[in-house]
Design a protein around this ligand. Structure first.
Ligand SMILES: Nc1ncnc2c1ncn2[C@@H]1O[C@H](COP(=O)(O)OP(=O)(O)OP(=O)(O)O)[C@@H](O)[C@H]1O
Ligand SMILES: [Mg+2]
Length: 411
């Protein structure tokens, strides 16, 4: 799978871009604030239908056109797969007032849902902010899991989106019931079933992915750290899916200890999780009613990174956290390749400069092992001459890309 052509209109600082992309490695060099991250963001947006960094889609629309009567932004990709070309296309259009935008997604010219787009052009994006994967919030880690899994498994993505819808409906009903709006057990039965059905699929898949991720990431980690300590990754669900509370139990069993040490689960089946989730929902009814929201479920999941006994989030040095995050990204590439039968496009946003020689070498190995990689840098010297000679080289200045043909002068 190859990204052959990228078109951008009014996307961030790219007013107009038509870019042909070659197979192999492309390196985009630019000074600060010229459009390096924006370029990779655009590709990641087309791949996942969401921005890896923007809080809202409005941020993505070029701010000069936002004042125009009909502002819009458009991103389009031509993707080559088995000698066939697919066209992916997202237009951001103003919704009512110009502060919000809605997405219009087309695949080969036909209107589709955003969820149908995800997975057609799998990418793995490496960013300096990846350290947040280990050091950041559970929400950031769930997002990481979702983006990886959605690109690999369309059923996961559909279950997740159903789950989220059901969750907000159940929460609305909980608030209504708390105000005396009916018999909770009766009224919630349908929503509990639906939540457990979709949620169990999400949880079983996450657990599967984390187990896979641990195997691959711990290998990469040994190479990266040159150390002896094994990186452990643990699924940290908000309830123990291996346990069913007693029907009469009025409270959720405690998960504090579960979170502290991280339990390694063998393969969980959706059926197992579903039964446990349902039992936990029933046992936790009064707490949910008091809170006016659902307190347990995959929307409260976390992923733990451990070195030996220690959770790297709380005890890791910045360098250790960075290494673990890098190992996880590299592992993701392998898993995605196996799951999809085709390697993802690697995108790396200026990650070389902060790494030492060993880590750089591992990234270069990954970059040269996939059919296509697009990498940004402020400094050509981040790359060694043989690599530069084989790469397609571009420079970016104020949202304008230029292809270089002359050899790069490096010291
Ligand atoms: N919606 C927008 N409209 C126009 N320009 C924008 C918009 N959003 C961001 N920009 C600008 O685009 C420029 C390029 O941003 P980008 O993040 O791609 O820089 P970069 O080349 O990655 O720089 P750095 O090396 O500092 O990371 C910046 O000046 C930024 O302020
Ligand atoms: Mg940048």
């Amino acid at each position: 799978m190859l990204l052959r052509h990228l078109s951008l209109t009014n996307f961030r600082n790219y007013v107009r871009l038509e870019l042909d992309l070659a197979p192999g490695l492309s390196i985009v060099q630019g000074e600060n604030a010229q459009g390096k991250s924006n370029l990779l963001e655009a590709i990641a947006y087309l791949a996942t239908s969401r921005s890896p960094r923007a809080g809202s889609d409005a941020e993505l629309v070029n701010w000069l056109v936002r004042e125009e009567p009909y502002p819009y932004a458009r991103l389009a990709a031509e993707v080559e797969k088995h000698q066939r070309v697919e066209r992916l296309d997202i237009t951001l259009l103003p919704a009512r007032n110009n502060h919000r935008y809605r997405k219009q997604v087309r695949i080969n010219g036909v209107n589709r849902r955003a969820i149908d787009l995800v997975g057609l052009m799998p990418v793995v994006l490496f960013r300096p902010e990846d350290v947040e994967l280990v050091a950041g919030t559970p929400q950031q880690r769930r997002r990481y899991l979702d983006i990886a899994l959605c690109q690999m498994e369309p059923p996961y993505c559909r279950a997740l989106s159903e789950y989220n819808k059901t969750l907000s409906q159940r929460n609305a009903l909980l608030r209504h019931l708390a105000e005396g709006g009916g018999d909770p057990v009766q009224e919630l039965r349908f929503w509990n079933d639906k939540l457990a059905e979709t949620g169990s699929l999400v949880m079983a898949k996450r657990q599967w992915f984390i187990n896979r991720l641990e195997r691959e990431a711990s290998l990469r980690h040994l190479d990266l750290s040159g150390g002896f300590e094994r990186l452990r990754l643990r699924y940290l669900p908000s309830f123990d899916p291996g346990i069913r509370p007693e029907p009469r139990q009025r409270r959720y069993p405690s998960t504090a200890s579960l979170r502290e040490r991280g339990v390694a689960y063998e393969a969980l089946t959706p059926e197992q999780v579903r039964a446990s989730f349902l039992a936990h929902l029933q046992a936790g009814l009064s707490r949910d009613l008091a809170a006016g929201m659902t307190l347990l479920g995959p929307h409260r999941d976390d992923l733990g990174f451990y070195l030996g006994e220690y959770n790297l989030r709380t005890y890791g040095s910045r360098g250790q956290q960075r290494t673990a995050a890098l190992a996880a990204r590299l592992a993701e590439v392998t898993i995605m390749t196996e799951a999809g039968g085709t390697a993802p496009i690697l995108l790396m946003d200026d990650v070389m400069s902060e790494l030492d020689a060993t880590r750089r070498a591992m990234l270069v190995e990954a970059l040269t092992s996939v059919p296509q990689a697009i990498v940004t840098t402020t400094d050509w010297e981040d790359f060694q001459t043989p690599l530069l000679e084989h790469a397609t080289r571009l420079t970016v200045h104020a949202g304008q890309l230029t292809r270089l043909s002359a050899p790069v002068e490096t010291a």
